[in-house]
Design a protein around this ligand. Structure first.
Ligand SMILES: [Zn+2]
Length: 571
């Protein structure tokens, strides 16, 4: 289970000096792989490793350019470099990658490969079945539209107290005890978003139309069917998602309503308004865990060390190798992500830290992804160094929960530490209704082809109401109507959202175990991470000590455990 950070993965097939951003140098390598037919199962294995190496070189080039662009979205050179890759390289690469998958599927030695290749085989067969040459240019178009979304939202700023603020920089004001300040900050942000409402609606309609064509080209009844196959959801169905929505409605929404009722009482309010959700319910000043990004990095490293000393070392390695870009700056894309430098097999973490408690959670979360990547770096196949997203989010979300008892690193005052811990757990409960809302809305969006803007609005409001906590949007109906615009997944990674809910169910099971036996829970967690993508989803869950079940049968007891734990943390 030990991860060797000193191992390097020199090129064996791709020439050492080859530039993966130059198609003239890459194309001959694809040709060579296509011409050289493996003549034995062993040769086929070696060939697959060469394919993997080439894909990793291209993957790293793409990540490098993406990272550079998102770190500075207002630098036209970086944007050009990324777009060049998206427009020039990817459309040429996709048919080649498809040809390699086909060559693999036609190999007479495929059936003689060791059992380890069974999942790879399923992935390759699915990719080939779904591939349509006519979709390549549509997907390029889609990528450019997605980039538009990032550009529109990345450019959003507001003037507050005489200073220009990014929307991320406005987040801390929602935690201010002074209600008028919170309302003012909230209104500025939502009004700024509404300024681009029509642009975003129009952009979304372009995206929807493209996705419908992509699905149709692939012979799917609708884009939902396409997305389930494209996202490699082999182990669950749309029906399972609907049962997840029911489980949230039955087991989570009542708990969230009880939590919100407590918040309302503590704040002495008749109704909760949207700007009352992030403030401390007892009127204490917001938690400010760190001043500088250096403090954040040092503290989080210590937390990881307390969860498991080796994880602390891995995080230090990332810091030393310049694999972190954490502070919020104007021009930086919003949000946080972990991305992989596929060739070096190292992770990179991007986020917009401004000094709030949520920044800790983000970094702990992305850290979990990074450990996952490192744990599986030994595997020669790029497909096996990646994990189904439903499980990769277990890595990150379980890390947030495993770290919660150690938040005292940032909060020397035990009351503050308990408060942060309580918030971390409450957020888990609050996550499920939003995940169910976004997922149920997507099921509607893609099974109601040709719907009007008004029908979409009504469907959104209906879906929102089904899972809504008791929050009064009175007077802000226009804001509520367009609330989904801020959920970038709808624009950028369609259907990718329920993964967070599925994974949180897994993470909670790891957490529940850790409360009984911390060492064993961490050990199992790390063992499951080291499996990368070499096992099906259900087996990965089992390896981590969790059951893959999206129904109320599992959700009910988890919510009871969560409520019990919350009752035990008096802050
Ligand atoms: Zn994540």
């Amino acid at each position: 289970m030990h991860v060797d950070l000193t191992t390097t993965f020199p090129r064996r097939f791709v020439p050492a000096g080859a530039d993966a951003g130059d198609w003239a140098q890459i194309e001959p390598l694809f040709r060579r792989l296509l011409d050289q037919v493996p003549d034995s199962p062993a040769a086929l294995e070696r060939w697959l490793e060469d394919v993997s190496e080439l894909k990793a070189a291209l993957g790293e080039e793409r990540t490098r350019r993406y990272v550079a662009m998102t770190c500075q979205t207002d630098d036209p050179d970086r944007e050009r470099a990324y777009l060049d890759f998206v427009e020039q390289i990817i459309p040429k690469l996709k048919p080649m990658a498809h040809a390699l998958d086909e060559a693999y599927l036609h190999s007479p030695h495929r059936r003689m490969l060791p059992a380890r290749y069974a999942l790879f085989d399923r992935l390759a067969a699915n990719r080939v079945a779904l591939f349509r040459p006519e979709n390549v240019s549509l997907e390029t178009e889609e990528t450019k539209l997605k980039q538009q979304y990032q550009k529109i939202t990345g450019a959003m700023t507001v003037q507050f107290r005489g200073k220009e603020h990014t929307l991320q920089q406005m987040v801390p004001y929602l935690e201010e005890p002074d209600r008028a300040t919170r309302q003012e900050a909230w209104e500025l942000v939502v009004r700024r978003r509404l300024d681009d409402r029509d642009r975003l609606e129009a952009l979304f309609e372009q995206v929807l139309a493209l996705r419908a064509r992509i699905a149709q080209n692939a012979g799917c009844a609708d884009y939902r069917e396409f997305a389930f196959r494209e996202l490699e959801r082999f182990d669950y169905t749309p029906g399972d998602c609907l049962r997840f929505h029911e489980a949230v409605e039955t087991a989570v929404v009542p708990l969230v309503r009880r939590l919100q009722a407590g918040r309302r009482t503590n704040l002495s309010l008749a109704t909760l308004r949207p700007w009352d959700l992030d403030v401390d319910p007892k009127g204490r000043p917001p938690l400010r865990p760190f001043q500088t990004v250096d403090d954040l990095v040092a503290g989080v490293e210590e937390i990881f060390r307390r969860v498991d000393p080796e994880l602390g070392q891995q995080f230090r390695f990332m810091r030393d190798r310049d694999l972190l870009d954490l502070e919020s700056r104007k021009g930086k894309a919003p949000g946080g992500y972990q991305s992989t430098m596929h060739e070096r097999r190292v992770p990179f973490i991007f986020m917009n830290a401004v000094g709030v408690d949520g920044d800790l959670r983000t970094l702990l979360h992305e850290g979990g992804h990074a450990f996952h990547m490192l744990a599986a770096r030994h595997d020669p196949l790029i497909d096996y160094r990646e994990t189904p997203m439903e499980f990769s989010e277990v890595a990150s979300m379980a890390m947030e929960l495993l770290a919660a008892p150690h938040l005292g690193v940032f909060y020397p005052n035990p009351d503050e530490a308990r408060r942060a811990q309580r918030e971390a757990l409450e957020r888990v409960a609050l996550l499920f209704p939003w995940v169910a809302t976004i997922d149920a809305f997507q099921h509607w969006l893609y099974t109601h082809q040709g719907h009007s803007r008004e029908e979409r609005r009504a469907a959104w409001v209906r879906t929102f109401a089904r899972f809504a906590p008791d929050v009064d949007f009175g007077g802000y109906e226009d804001v509520l109507d367009a609330l989904w615009h801020r959920q970038l997944h709808l624009f950028i990674v369609p259907f990718y959202y329920i993964e967070y809910g599925i994974a949180e169910m897994g993470a909670l099971q790891v957490w529940r175990r850790s409360r009984v036996d911390h060492a064993a829970a961490v050990r199992q967690y790390r063992e499951a991470l080291a499996l990368g993508g070499t096992r099906p989803l259900r087996d990965l869950f089992r390896a981590a000590g969790a059951e893959f079940d999206l129904t109320v049968r599992t959700m009910g007891p988890l919510m009871r455990a969560l409520e019990e734990a919350l009752a035990g943390i008096e802050d």
